[in-house]
Design a protein. Sequence first.
Length: 297
Amino acid sequence: MIKIGSHVNMRGKDMFLGSVKEALSYGANALMIYTGAPQNTRRKKIEDMKVKEAHELLKENDILLDDVIVHAPYIMNLASPDSRKFHFAIDFLTSEIVRTDALGVKQIILHPGAHVGTGEKKAIHQIIKGLDEVLNQTKDVDVKIALETMAGKGTEIGKTFEELAQIISGVKDNHRLSICFDTCHTHDYGYLVKEDFNQVINHFDKILGSERISVFHINDSKNPSGSRKDRHQNIGFGYIGFDALNQIVHHPDFVEIPKILETPYIKAEDNKIPPYLEEICNFQNKSFNKFGNLNYL
């Protein structure tokens, strides 16, 4: 059985428990959360996040904690040449890993960083330095850092498998590093995700080893391959298409790897609603439905 879910909210009184309830409403058996708002550092106390209740509900529905994912906030840049911003990224990522562990979750997804003009070589060195420090500060914590494949927008690092391999090979204690494979990002960079996913994975395997993939982000793309735009589209409405994404979701080499949807909300009359129940159902049934009369953003 495939493991598939989406990003879900964590807010209000129910917090983590509410996240699990939302995932279940979509028919999901995996989910991704943030430990707080991804745009700031404000965080609730762990004891206020209903962790025990969330774990009980997960267990009741046969969802493993291994299939719950945390995404790190976007405000950190381990590649920053600015000392203050670099050390902020180290400190905040360290605290987010500790919080992830307190939630009982086993991996956190991280955008590697952006060189902001210093170039890839210096940025990769900075990321390695930062990850060495973070991993050392959390060496007693059993949480993986899944470096995300990026689209190459702006000065992003991690757009090629080779860049990710340089980071991982440069980190001293890298057994806790893995990869989040994003279908939109790899497509937007220029990998032939739609045309020949097996060839892409064979190349990935030679560079990084396919066993490094610990989670997939399953997203269609609003732009053609090589655009480097990073704009997610709803499943079946973009340049990758349902058939190619369905092949990835059901790929026999990755059955046990959780797949997470990050597709945009859709417009129905005057409301914006999540598409995840329908998109997950489509993948589970291996057939594509266009959600009736809903209008996509």
